[in-house]
Design a protein around this ligand. Sequence first.
Ligand code: NI
Ligand code: MN
Length: 222
Amino acid sequence: MKVRYLGHSAFRIETGNEVILIDPFLAPNKDYNFKDDNISHILVTHAHSDHLGSAIEISKIKGATIVGVFELANYCAQRGAKAIGVNLGGWVKLSFGRVYFAPAFHSSSFADGTYAGCPAGILADIEGKRVFHAGDSALTQEYKTLKELNEIELAMLPIGGFYTMGVAEAIVATRWLEAKKVIPMHYNTFDLIKADVETFKEGVKKEGATPLVLTYNEEIEI
Ligand code: NI
Ligand code: MN
């Protein structure tokens, strides 16, 4: 599969003929236009605007299916999006593989204040490999349980601090998840979440994992 960083916590995964977006907050990225892309699914960790992003618009224009926690999915469906409502702890089969919404320690509401259910991290099994996107979570011991389910090939972890875990916590998360490769996210988008990515890289290497620091629109194959 191809994994492309779209900036902040947004990713584009391509597998076979399908394109999956995660947390499509696309405003900071001037070089990616979803209208030119063939998106089938949009995975959303929680409803904050820097994660829900353009999900509803993308669903309406491209016919892509939003997958999110029940309350989040219902809100999107009421606004004309295609959405599947899920909840924590169950595998959900989709055309490209399967997803599992995992606990995240954070909050979740829409910009208008509407309750959006609980926030989540997302495990996705694609092409026999497991990918984990932590959303906006704090460091949580839940990560020790996730690795019991299966080996994690790639983890996307926030490192910006203030609203989420920071560099030191993300290094511990790498250890607890036993992730083989780690992409830092949710940093340097604005001043409050500035992070030292070099310290993160060194720490992740000490844990025996490979840090992958991607620039906007950079793509890797895993
Ligand atoms: Ni958030
Ligand atoms: Mn956020």
